[in-house]
Design a protein around this ligand. Structure first.
Ligand code: UDP
Ligand code: MG
Length: 314
């Protein structure tokens, strides 16, 4: 039985030694399983690649894929899924926020045969800015309401999956990837393990508020047509309102003859409608740009070097 651990790494030279030590210890303890550590160097600008090569030299379980540039965590995870050979596959962050000590318990759940995946969920958001937590909660509320992807609040990407589930993820080959949505969309029986938030062991987070905000908008656009439906609904509503207003103005002009007054209200209406139209165009444009990127079918990632044979590029 082989377990693959996919580890996306972007500028993680400081955290990686801690991570490797912890994960190697857990792997050594789980004697009945073989392990493969699949580090994906996502175009790091520090010495991450050198650190990974160091691991690979002294440990045959440690392998790496190194991207030609930074493609983002989603692409790094996809590269991992496409290349992992394990019967069980897990994604883990390099910063120890996904505790390796949970692995034995996760494997036990899969071994019971009752589940296809074991996922982890933070029950606290300790150590996170308040505003960020509030927006995160709002995002989960919205996306669960308007999409058919079941996204769990506080869910981490850290989960252990069986081969059929990994194959299902690989088959979802969209360029614009939102893993939390993909995991929910494909279904399968999932066991949730709650745990307390852990702060990263070393180095800095790669996410700031505006990056997270854009990521959440992308997540919604990837998994829901609701914004488009909203825009069409709004269009119908505005048409109905303008028709009534038109009748009103027409009749009033016939009856009272009041040709000049009403300039402020006219300007307000023009500005309001102009703004609304731009907003709607923006929403439509967002979907259009997604479609444009998907139809080009560019690869998700490109690999500069690796110590694995038969590297798969998708
Ligand atoms: N990561 C990556 N590519 C990126 C950004 C992040 O591979 O462009 C990796 C990073 O090295 C880490 C994981 O994704 O292993 C999660 O990143 P981070 O800890 O910065 O996110 P946070 O835990 O703060 O949400
Ligand atoms: Mg982290």
């Amino acid at each position: 039985m082989l377990i693959s651990l996919i580890v996306p790494c972007y500028n993680e030279e400081e955290a990686l030694p801690f991570f490797y030590e912890a994960v190697a210890k857990v792997a050594d303890e789980m004697k009945e399983y073989e392990f493969e550590f699949l580090f994906v160097n996502d175009g790091s600008k520090d010495k991450t690649l050198a650190v990974l090569k160091g691991f690979a030299e002294k440990d045959p379980r440690a392998t790496y894929l190194s991207f030609s540039r930074n493609f983002g965590k989603e692409a790094a995870m996809y590269a991992g899924f496409c290349n992992a050979k394990g019967d069980y596959v897990a994604v883990m962050d390099a910063d120890m926020q996904d505790p390796p000590s949970l692995l034995p318990e996760m494997v036990r759940y899969l071994e019971s045969g009752e589940y296809d995946s074991v996922a982890t969920r933070r029950v606290t958001r300790k150590g996170e800015p308040k505003l960020r937590s509030a927006f995160a909660r709002l995002f989960y509320k919205i996306i669960n309401k308007i999409s058919d992807a079941d996204v769990v609040d506080g869910a981490r990407d850290f989960r252990l999956m069986t081969r059929p589930m990994v194959d299902a993820i690989v088959s979802m080959s969209e360029i614009s990837r939102f893993s939390k949505g993909i995991f929910g969309w494909i279904g399968f029986r999932t066991k949730w393990l709650p745990f307390e938030n852990v702060e990263r062991v070393a180095g800095k987070t790669k996410w700031n508020f505006s990056k997270l905000f854009r990521y959440s908008i992308d997540g919604i656009v990837d998994f829901s047509d609701a914004p488009l439906n909203f825009v069409s609904g709004l269009g119908v509503f505005m048409t109905a309102v303008s028709f009534i207003a038109l009748l009103f103005v027409f009749i009033r002009a016939l009856v009272v003859q009041d040709p000049v007054a009403g300039w402020p209200s006219t300007i307000c209406i023009i500005l309001f409608l102009g703004g609304l139209q731009l907003l709607c165009l923006g929403i439509i444009g967002k979907y259009l740009s997604k479609t444009y990127r998907e139809v080009k079918r560019r690869p998700h990632y490109l690999i500069g070097e690796s110590n694995r044979k038969d590297v798969i590029i998708k």
